[in-house]
Design a protein around this ligand. Sequence first.
Ligand SMILES: N[C@@H](CCC(=O)N[C@@H](CS)C(=O)NCC(=O)O)C(=O)O
Length: 223
Amino acid sequence: MSVKRKLYDLAGADERVRFSPYCWRVKLALAHKNLPYETLPWHFTEKEKIAFSGQGKVPVLVDGKKVIFDSYDIAEYLEETYGNEPSLFGDAAQAALTRFVKHWAEDTLHPAIGRLVLPGIFAMIRPRDQGYFRETREAMYGMTIEELAARRAEFEPVFRAVLKPLRRTLEMQPFLAGPGPAFADHIVFGALQWGRLTCPFALLEGEGVIEGWMERLLETYGI
Ligand SMILES: N[C@@H](CCC(=O)N[C@@H](CS)C(=O)NCC(=O)O)C(=O)O
């Protein structure tokens, strides 16, 4: 039986490597909702492949006739459409806090990880995507990829400091959402999984509490 639900998922030159933080969020959200899906590998410059969605970034979810992009919008769509499955957002208070987690992840955690992993990502994407990646990411980070690589020792302690509230929270509870995981966990997991999969060095060395939580999430969803 063919699966009607398809997710366009960012891939490296080796298409088994799927490293997008936003796509990881959605993969965990789909698993949380017990929804089977298949992924379609997508590369940075394949804009025409997702033009039907009206924009040029992944994740793009095709759910039957419905096309949705933007990871947060996808999670809200899943919550609304599959209301009988476990909730991604919990009650109104938890949903409001999830929005804070999204903004913390995107505005603080992602840049701290990005500075460390960009050179690794550049090396693992298809050569034909490298020019586009270099141009867009160097503009985004205000530095060349080579400069980012050379300044790694300076950026690592910043990343560790950013992890502190996460580490302290997970020392006290199994998941960010409490006793069980929810979309807040998926958001932060996505960022760290992006880092783990693209970093040529041990990004989370010594972060046993955080790594334990990541393994717990993957085990929960059988991934
Ligand atoms: N706000 C979007 C961001 C999606 C996004 O930035 N995706 C990246 C991959 S991690 C992308 O497709 N980039 C394509 C590009 O930079 O051209 C979401 O939450 O889904």
